[in-house]
Design a protein around this ligand. Structure first.
Ligand code: H79
Length: 413
């Protein structure tokens, strides 16, 4: 682990993941059968032969893809970095690779470099640009690894030297600043092999942040399990939860199991409060469109993030409040404790917060709220914030308690 994450990663908190590749053409279905697994794994799940899967490229023509629009939306949604699948496990490069012809420019009727469009849009909108690169699994390359297959006859080192390293070199020299590289599923990668890749990346762009899934503990931060968050604050290292909005990363026309905006806001706040980042995924369809349901959900999440930016970005890991509250999450910075109100309340009452509160205000517009703090008859600290009446039926807003002490003081119970 390194301190490099302090430069921006630990402050930015919220990023957009984009999973897009040839799997979007199948959209979760192959030869009339729908996959019950994540859609970008369909080649592996259904044992689709390489020669057949390759043909999907002939159908890849995303006429509606608009990198500018997607990145503009990411910005509106409060996402401060973006990570795009330059090559997923399927092995297909979504950029103009000279090192390997199996790529979007050489093999598809679309013929344009997707990665370049996204990196340029990120530059335009001031969003940090990162790339996902599947370093170990490559189901197209004869020597790339594949989960659920016997890999013993493969020359993995040969694949690393002849495909992975040349492609990383291109990505890190021809696409401007790469703020983050998201490696994934190291499988049998040895410490030496992980180290070689990290060294290559850092020799080309020393400030690039490397994800935990480079393997062998060599990442700059910890990547938690997909959709899995630490139960308690975890501040030993920087970390990030990669999360989906439905149950798949790559587009599936069958997956309508959308999480609600409320659930995602809570997930984001939990991640931040516990000291981490949240990288939230969208999977464009074969035409390049983000599903409408997904956009609507992110509009709501984004409104929360925008309206409460000061309670989100560059906040600090927050100690565990001793009570389980179904209506609140906490974040904080020095002298400010943010109480995110996630269910309708007409008065905010908090027990066992011993800070001396100097004022309370509504974060979204700075409006002062009346606050009193005292001891209950049992001797516990008690804080009550009187809310303006028009908030009584609302949820998803945030109250800041300004405190004399820099840190929250939660009493033991
Ligand atoms: O890129 C996304 C996933 O494709 C990738 N990581 C995120 C960010 C990922 N790689 N591996 N895994 C997730 C673990 C997935 C295992 C499973 Fe399966 C794939 C479960 C179901 C499909 C392998 C194949 C195990 C069972 C069938």
């Amino acid at each position: 682990m390194s301190d490099i994450t302090k430069q921006w990663f630990e402050k930015e908190k919220f990023g957009m993941f984009i999973h897009w590749g040839l799997y979007a053409v199948l959209a979760g279905e192959y030869k009339g059968k729908r996959t019950d697994h994540i859609a970008e794994w369909i080649m592996n799940t259904f044992d689709i032969p390489v020669e057949e899967y390759e043909k999907l490229a002939e159908q890849f023509n995303p006429r509606d893809f608009d990198a500018d629009d997607i990145v503009k939306k990411a910005k509106e949604w409060g996402m401060r970095y973006l990570v795009f699948t330059s090559k997923h496990h399927e092995g297909f490069a979504m950029y103009d690779s000279k090192a390997d012809d199996y790529n979007v420019v050489k093999k598809t009727p679309y013929g344009k470099d997707i990665l370049r469009q996204l990196s340029e849009a990120c530059e335009k909108y001031g969003i940090r640009f990162g790339i996902y690169y599947s370093q170990a699994q490559d189901w197209h390359d004869p020597n790339g690894l594949a989960a659920n297959y016997d890999n013993s006859a493969k020359d993995y080192q040969y694949y690393l030297d002849h495909k992975v390293k040349p492609q990383l070199r291109e990505l890190f020299t021809e696409y401007g600043k790469i703020s983050l590289i998201w490696f994934d599923t190291p499988m049998s990668t040895t410490p030496e092999q992980s180290r070689e890749l990290v060294e290559l990346v850092k020799s080309l762009q020393p400030d690039c942040v490397v994800s935990g899934r480079i393997g062998n503990g060599l990442g700059d931060y910890i990547t938690t399990g997909d959709n899995t968050i630490p139960r308690l604050p975890y501040g030993k290292n920087a970390w990030e939860i990669p999360a989906t909005i439905n149950d798949t990363w790559g587009y599936s026309k069958y997956d309508h199991k959308w999480k609600s905006a409320d659930e995602l806001i809570r997930l984001l706040l939990k991640a931040i409060s516990r000291g981490g980042n949240c990288l939230l995924n969208v999977g464009p369809d074969a035409m390049g469109r983000i599903p409408e349901e997904c956009t609507a959900i992110l509009d709501e999440v984004g409104a929360y993030v925008r309206n409460n930016a000061e309670a989100i970005y560059d906040t600090k890991i927050t100690a565990v409040y001793p009570y389980e509250l179904d209506w609140a999450e906490f974040t904080h910075r020095e002298h400010k404790l943010y109480v995110h109100i996630l269910k309708p309340k007409s008065i905010i009452e908090l027990l066992n917060i011993a800070n001396r509160v100097t004022r309370a205000y509504l974060v979204e517009d700075g409006r002062e709220c009346k606050v009193k703090y005292e001891k209950t008859c049992e001797g516990d600290a008690y804080i009550a914030v009187t809310l303006p009446e028009e908030l009584w039926d609302r949820k998803n807003y945030c109250i800041c308690l300004e405190t004399e002490e820099a840190e929250p003081v939660f009493e033991e119970i």
